[in-house]
Structure formats: structure tokens, C-alpha cells
Write a protein that binds this ligand. Structure first.
Ligand code: LCS
Length: 393
């Protein structure tokens, strides 16, 4: 059977398999830094590319490659590059695609460090960036300059849940000979496949839904074409932000249940969102599964489900948000997302605190915004926890 042509759930269970002499049901952890060559000629052939034998774990490793093959299959890409974290993925992409004087156009409300590394660190290397509401394709067209090399989209955006039309972006990008990069962390390959919608590169913080168990920090980049894959892989190898084999093993273990975890978390999230929308102390809510989301129709078109992330604001503002966060007993007050446990956090003072106050306000990261990552607990317990917390305000 050709696994690449099989269904998504079959790929989750079997696309990461490797052949091993004992018939192991799971991928063994090749916890080695280096691999011995058969002879001097074979060593030279591995380095020249005439042989595809393993050389050194920073360059490649069977456990890590199993995960790379699997995620490439799930995202329908040419190949994947596993890295040490989601930020290592973003950094590898920036450094592979941009040279001094080049420019990117990006979603304003992306994960804080993905933006601040460009504005505060990479600006020293001459990288230029413009952050806008990519929900409006006309705004993207206006922001493009002759030096623009990349359009970088996060959808749904962290933490505003703004949704950007990926097909429209791909058309704009390719008309202008620009590459389209998509951070697909909030969806995972189960809910959205940007390469199928025209993107050139998709990446994930696998710390989130893909691993799903709050016990690993990891990232992965998937390229649609071979040339881009090679360019990204060479950058990763020389930067040394490779994944570790044990880390790869844990993600291979977590990913198997991706669809059942997301289905359950999403079912819970729909009910939590409906509860919050009706609550008198809630001022507003943004969840792609609610008709009140400004891009509800677009979400339905490009995502296979509404996911497990919710943003909302309280009539009591930041003071009310603090009271709620300090009085929950089930939800953990913690950053990160996409795990089996429900988490609550305050982006303006936590994940996005390094973005300037002015830029946060422009991007819609208001002081009253609270972000929930819904887990797979019993939904009645999640709702009861929120209900008692809201009563205290
Ligand atoms: N992209 C998105 C959309 C993210 O949410 C994160 C982390 C990253 C990239 C970076 O991934 P990492 O290096 O942490 O694996 N987001 C976090 C968040 O919202 N809370 O804590 C981390």
C-alpha cells in the first residue's frame, strides 16, 4: 500500500514508520551523534551525495527523518526539516529567504517573538518588515515593494484569531514573484493545509497541537518544492538548530493521536465558545466556529474545523481578566497551547509583551484580551470552572 496516497489518519499512524531488523512497531530512538562509514569510499560518497547514508545527527538521523517524512506527507509537501523549536523554524526561514535590504510583509498579530526578532534583532542585518492586517488582501498589495521577497502569514493569528485568505495571498505573492510562508501552528495539518492552497512553505511549532502533550519544544518546516527544501535544509544544518532524536521520538509518539485530540478539543471549544458568547460579563469573543467571527465564512472555506483556540474580552477589562485568571482551578494559567490540558493566558502582558504598546493596539492585542487553549477534559468541568471564575468578577 502506498502510504503517501492513503488517508490522513492512516498517515498519522503509518507514514513515520521505518524498516528495522527486529520489526519494531514504533520508530527506535537512534540516540547517536555520528554514524560509521563502511569504508573511506563510502564516507566520501555520503558527503558528495552519491550515497544517502547517514553521516552525523545535525545533518540527518533515522528517528528525526521518520518524523520529517511523516509531516511532509501530512502537509503534502516535497520534504520537511525538523528543528529544535518553532522559533528555530521561523528563524531558519527568515535567514534562508532574506538578504540584507530585503523586505517582508506580514500579519500584524503574529506570535510576539516571530515579529520582535525581525524588528529588534534582524533589523541589524538589514531585514525590513511591514506588519499589517493581512485579513485585507488590498492592504497586502499596497504594502508590497520592489524589495519584498516574502509574505508571511499566521492564520488564525495568535492571539487575535484573525483569519487571512491563503488562496488570495498565494495569488498576490506569485504575481509579484514573492514567496508565501504560512505559520500553521494554530491549525495543525489536520485542520488546514496551506501548501494545497498555494503556499510555498508551511511551518509549525510542534510544541503545540502536533505533539500535544506539553512535554516537548519542537518545530518543523515543510517546503512544497525540492529547491526550497534544499535551501532551508542547508541553512538548518549550518545553523545547528536541529532536532534531537529523543525529541523526535516523543513527537512521533504524540502525533499519532493528532486527529482524535483535535476532534475532542474542538468539540469542547465549540461548547465553551457558545457558553462565553452568552455570558453577561463577556464583552466580545473571537472563535472561528461562531457566526459572530468576522471571517466565519472564510474559516469554513479554508479550514476543516474551527479548532481549539478562543480569544475573548471581559467587560471588566484587564482587572476582570486578572481576577478570572487568578480564580480558575482546572485551567492552568500558562502560556503555550494545543495540549491536552486547558490553558488560559493574557497575551498583552505575557506572550506578546515584547511588542510595543502602540503596535499591540494597532494589531488588536488589547489589554482585555484573554486567550484560551481548550483541552480534552470533560467539557462540563471546563465550563463550570469558567463559570465560577466569572462569578467572582
Ligand atoms: N508560532 C506560533 C503561532 C506560536 O504560537 C509559537 C509559540 C511559535 C511559533 C514559536 O514556537 P516555539 O519556539 O515556542 O516552539 N507560541 C507560544 C504561545 O502562544 N505561548 O507560548 C508559546
Amino acid at each position: 500500500m502506498n502510504i503517501i496516497e492513503s488517508g490522513f489518519n492512516t498517515k498519522l499512524i503509518h507514514a513515520g514508520e521505518i524498516e528495522d531488523q527486529y520489526g519494531s512497531a514504533t520508530v527506535p530512538i537512534y540516540q547517536t551523534s555520528t554514524f560509521s562509514f563502511e569504508n573511506a569510499e563510502n564516507g566520501a560518497a555520503c558527503f558528495s551525495g552519491d550515497s544517502d547514508g547517514y553521516i552525523y545527527t545535525r545533518i540527518g538521523n533515522p528517528t528525526i527523518n521518520a518524523l520529517e517524512r511523516q509531516v511532509a506527507a501530512l502537509e503534502n509537501g516535497y520534504g520537511a526539516i525538523a528543528v529544535s523549536s518553532g522559533m528555530a523554524a521561523a528563524t531558519t526561514i527568515y535567514l534562508s529567504l532574506l538578504s540584507s535590504g530585503d523586505h517582508i510583509v506580514s500579519t500584524d498579530a503574529i506570535y510576539g517573538p516571530s515579529r520582535s526578532i525581525m524588528e529588534k534583532q534582524f533589523i541589524r542585518f538589514g531585514f525590513q518588515s511591514t506588519y499589517i492586517k493581512t485579513t485585507d488582501p488590498e492592504a497586502i498589495k499596497k504594502a508590497i515593494r520592489p524589495i519584498t521577497k516574502v509574505i508571511y502569514i499566521e492564520t488564525p493569528a495568535n492571539p487575535t484569531m484573525d483569519i487571512t485568505d491563503l488562496e488570495a495571498c498565494a495569488e498576490i505573492a506569485h504575481k509579484n514573484e514573492i514567496l508565501l510562508v504560512v505559520d500553521n501552528t494554530f491549525c495543525s495539518p489536520y485542520l488546514q493545509n496551506p501548501l494545497d492552497l498555494g503556499a510555498d512553505i508551511v511551518f509549525h511549532s510542534m510544541t503545540k497541537f502536533i505533539n500535544g502533550h506539553a512535554d516537548v519544544v519542537a518545530g518543523i518546516i515543510v517546503a512544497k518544492e525540492r529547491a526550497l527544501y534544499t535551501q532551508l535544509r542547508n541553512m538548518m544544518i549550518n545553523m545547528g538548530c536541529n532536532m534531537d532524536p529523543h525529541q523526535a521520538y516523543l513527537v512521533l509518539r504524540g502525533i499519532k493521536t493528532l486527529s482524535v485530540r483535535i476532534e475532542r478539543a474542538q468539540e469542547n471549544a465549540v461548547k465553551v465558545a457558545e457558553f462565553l458568547e452568552q455570558h453577561p460579563k463577556v464583552a466580545w469573543i473571537k472563535y472561528p466556529g461562531l457566526q459572530s467571527h468576522p471571517q466565519f465564512q472564510l474559516a469554513k472555506k479554508q479550514m476543516k474545523g474551527s479548532g481549539a483556540m478562543i480569544s475573548f474580552g471581559l467587560k471588566g477589562g484587564f482587572e476582570g481578566a486578572k481576577l478570572l485568571m487568578n480564580n480558575l482551578h482546572l485551567a492552568l494559567l500558562a502560556v503555550s497551547l494545543g495540549g491536552v490540558e486547558t490553558l488560559i493566558q493574557h497575551p498583552a502582558s505575557m506572550t506578546h509583551s515584547k511588542v510595543s504598546t502602540e503596535d499591540k493596539l494597532k494589531a488588536g492585542i488589547s489589554d482585555d484580551l484573554i486567550r484560551l487553549s481548550i483541552g480534552i477534559e470533560d467539557v462540563n468541568d471546563i465550563i463550570l470552572d469558567l463559570k465560577q471564575g466569572l462569578e467572582i468578577i
